[in-house]
Design a protein around this ligand. Sequence first.
Ligand SMILES: [Zn+2]
Length: 222
Amino acid sequence: MSELNLILIGPPGAGKGTQAERLYKHFDLPYLATGDMMRAKRSEDSDLGRRIDTIINQGGLVDDAIVCEVLIERIEREGDDGFLLDGFPRTAGQADMLDGALERRSRSITAVLLIEVGDAIIEQRLTGRRTCPSGHVYHLDNNPPEQEGVCDEDGEPLTQRDDDKPETVRKRLATYHEQTEPLAERYEDQGLLRRCRGTNSPDAVAEHLRKTITTLRLESDV
Ligand SMILES: [Zn+2]
C-alpha cells in the first residue's frame, strides 16, 4: 500500500486538532502534533530528550532543527505507512528542512490539507471561548454555560485564556498570514495543496477531508 504523508495547516482556531483526531483514527496514521510531541520527548530518558529539557530549563527556545529531528525519529518509528503532521512546518525554512529530511529517506509529502477560515470568524471563535480550571470549554455564543461565568459541570469560575484574548488572537493571525500562508502557495505550486472550507460544520469538514484523502490513496495506488 502507498504512503499517506499528510500535513494539516490552517489558522489558529480552524479546528485542526478536532479534525486531526477523526482523520488519524479513520486512516490509522500516527498523529504528530508538534506541541505534544515535544512535551513527550522532553520527558523521555534519552540524549535528545535531556538536551531539550536542558534548553527549556535554561529558558531557551528549541530550534527548528531539533523539532525536525524529533519529528523524523517519530516518523521512522511509527510512520511507515504515513503520518499526519500538525504544527510543523509553519515557516518556509521548516518546510525546506522537512523536504530535505524526507528526501534523504526517499520519501515525500503526499498532500497538504488546508482548513480555510477567515479572520473575522477565527476572532469570534477564539475570543468567545471560556474555560474553567478543570479544562471544561464553553463559548459565549455557540455553547454558553447555563449560568454566566460559571462551569456547568463543577461550578468553577470561567475565564478567558491569554491565548484567546483579542490582542493575542490578532497577533497569532498576523503570524499565520506572514509565515504560514505563503506555505500554502508553495504547496499549491507543487500540486500538493487540498483546500477545505473550515466554516462548515465539523462533521462536514471531516467528511470532505476523508473523501479527499481516500481519493489521494486511490490515485497513488493506481
Ligand atoms: Zn469545569
